[in-house]
Design a protein. Structure first.
Length: 152
């Protein structure tokens, strides 16, 4: 996650944790303007973070495409090698085994890259979601502490 978002979250956390309690109350006074300013900066930086996550996903897709292309090239090369070795039975069998291993390895590598890319993107988005949710809950809690109750 971008340091900007983390820095802003840290600033907000510090602002909220450094509030002073009232003389006759356990409630704290929060500098709402400072917190709102940090939230505005956070909102501005979130699209950047989302764009970054999107770019990561695009890069991962390109890696998968490249891996699949490489796998196809490996398969084609293995098939060509196998055809060239058809003359002799043992050599043919070895070539078929090698081709299968290359194909299996290429497919496994492609699956691992795809899974890794997906897990990374999901992790980034989950972390971002959790941070925003925590921030919203903290703000809601702190705001509730400072809004006077209505008396009828």
């Amino acid at each position: 996650m971008n340091n900007v978002v983390n820095d802003l979250l840290d600033q907000l956390e510090n602002a909220l944790s450094q509030t002073k309690k009232g003389l006759f109350s356990e409630k704290s006074a929060v500098d709402a303007d400072a917190c709102l300013e940090i939230l505005d900066e956070l909102r501005e930086s979130l699209p950047t973070e989302l764009e970054r996550a999107s770019n990561i996903m695009k890069e991962r897709r390109q890696i998968l495409i490249d891996a699949e292309e490489e796998a196809k090239q490996c398969i084609a090369a293995a098939q060509k090698n196998a055809e060239e070795m058809v003359a002799e039975h043992e050599i043919t069998r070895q070539a078929e085994n090698e081709a299968k291993q290359i194909v299996d390895l290429a497919r496994q590598n492609a699956r691992e890259v795809k899974l890794s890319a997906r897990n990374y993107a999901v992790g980034v988005l989950d972390e971002l979601n959790a941070r925003v949710k925590d921030l919203q809950e903290q703000i809601a809690q702190d705001t509730a502490d400072f809004i006077p109750e209505k008396k009828d």
